[in-house]
Structures are given as structure tokens and as C-alpha cells.
Design a binder for this molecule. Structure first.
Ligand code: HEC
Length: 197
């Protein structure tokens, strides 16, 4: 009886208090540069794989035709390249995220480029639903279903030679600079560039 009460006290009172104290006065990982929390990767990875296995469509409803891949490349440039990089041009901050945004045009394991080893249905699921607590957005309401398939098919074929049109879209740097100065007399709500001294 005595050890039961002791166990109860330990479990119900002391453990939650210690945990709370750790969060308040300890230094749990919150910054991007901090070390991962214990089991953090596993806690996300295992249920994620289970969901993808259950819900990802087994076959794509559209073909990986030249025009679908080219539209996929347009979608990729506009929506994905800032984090996931372009062909031979990694994202300047993709590696500074936690978790890092994988560079989807970088070759890694033998013959794999980005997620070319994943079935397109898996990529479709991740793009449509996003990946919680990682910075990977859910595009289900941003892109239409066909666009999500087009970009997913493009990424599934990232290890293959690309058509010149696709390659051009993937190689051209993103234009992040403002397009020149406003014409004299026009009002801009926010200055396009910081004023120079
Ligand atoms: C704001 C940054 C950001 C944008 C924009 C973004 N992603 Fe991501 N994405 C991430 C991060 C971070 C991860 C890593 C998640 C993880 O480790 O689980 C990720 C993961 C992924 C994965 C899974 C990679 C793997 O190894 O399983 C795919 C596929 C993906 N993104 C595709 C896309 C596509 C396609 C787009 C555009 C439609 C896009 N992402 C836009 C940040 C972004």
C-alpha cells in the first residue's frame, strides 16, 4: 500500500511538476540551431509514414507528359523553389530551417535526385496536406489537384533528363529584387528598397 501511494505521488504530482519546471527554467530546444528533442524525429516520422501509407493515392490520375511536367516546373518555381532550391542553385535559407528543407534538385544516394525515389502519390500527399511543425505548407487550398499532381510528377522524375523548357525554368534564378524604381510621380505604399544614404 505504501509503495503504491509513493508511486502515485511520483507519477501524478512529481513527474508533471518536474516536466513543467524543465520547460520553464530548463533550456529545451526551441531555436532552429538547437539540438533535436529526445525522440523528436521518431515521433514525427512513424505516424507520418503510417498516414502516407494509408492515404496516399496509389496511381496518378494524369500522365507525366511533356506539358504536365512543364506546368509542374512553373508551379515549382512559383511555390516551392524559395525553400527547396532550383537546379544547381540551392535555397539560401532551406538549410537554415528546422527541420531543413531538402533541396529537391540535389542528387544524393545512388541515382536519386530529391524525392525521385518516392512514389508520386506520396509526394502528392505531402504537398496537399503539408508536414506539421516543419514549415512545409499544405497546398490543398493553394493549388488545384491537377497542379499538385503536375509538380509531384515532376519531382518523381527529377532523376531523369529534363526537356529544355523544363530545365530552363529550373535553372533561371528567382527574381527577388524589386523590378526597378517606380516611375516619378506614382505613389508606392511601401518603398521598394531601403533608402540609400
Ligand atoms: C516555406 C518553405 C517551404 C515551401 C515553400 C515548400 N516546402 Fe516542402 N518542405 C519544407 C520543409 C522544411 C520540409 C521538410 C519536412 C520534414 O523534414 O519532414 C519539406 C518537405 C517536403 C517534401 C518531403 C521531402 C521528403 O524527403 O520526404 C516534399 C516532397 C516537399 N516538401 C515538396 C514541396 C513542394 C512540391 C512545394 C511547392 C508546391 C513545397 N514543398 C514548398 C519547406 C517548404
Amino acid at each position: 500500500m505504501k509503495s503504491f501511494l509513493l508511486g502515485l505521488l511520483l507519477g501524478v504530482v512529481i513527474l508533471p511538476v518536474v516536466t513543467l519546471l524543465y520547460f520553464v527554467i530548463g533550456h529545451p530546444s526551441v531555436a532552429v540551431a538547437d539540438a533535436p528533442l529526445p525522440l523528436e524525429a521518431q515521433i514525427v516520422q512513424i505516424p507520418m509514414e503510417a498516414r502516407v501509407n494509408r492515404e496516399a493515392p496509389k496511381a496518378a490520375p494524369i500522365e507525366a507528359s511533356a506539358s504536365n511536367l512543364e506546368i509542374g516546373a512553373h508551379v515549382y518555381r512559383e511555390q516551392c523553389a524559395t525553400c527547396h532550391g532550383l537546379y544547381g542553385r540551392p535555397s539560401p535559407f532551406g538549410g537554415e530551417m528546422y527541420p531543413q528543407a531538402p533541396q529537391l534538385w540535389e542528387p544524393h544516394r545512388n541515382g536519386t535526385v530529391g524525392v525521385s525515389d518516392d512514389p508520386p502519390g506520396e509526394t502528392y500527399w505531402k504537398v496537399a496536406h503539408g508536414i506539421r511543425l516543419t514549415g512545409m505548407p499544405a497546398y490543398g487550398k493553394v493549388l488545384n489537384d491537377t497542379q499538385i499532381w503536375q509538380v509531384s510528377l515532376l519531382l518523381a522524375n527529377a532523376n531523369k533528363p529534363q526537356a529544355p523548357g523544363v530545365l530552363q525554368l529550373l535553372k533561371q534564378p528567382l527574381i527577388l529584387e524589386p523590378e526597378g524604381q517606380p516611375v516619378e510621380g506614382t505613389k508606392t505604399p511601401v518603398p521598394a528598397t531601403a533608402p540609400t544614404k
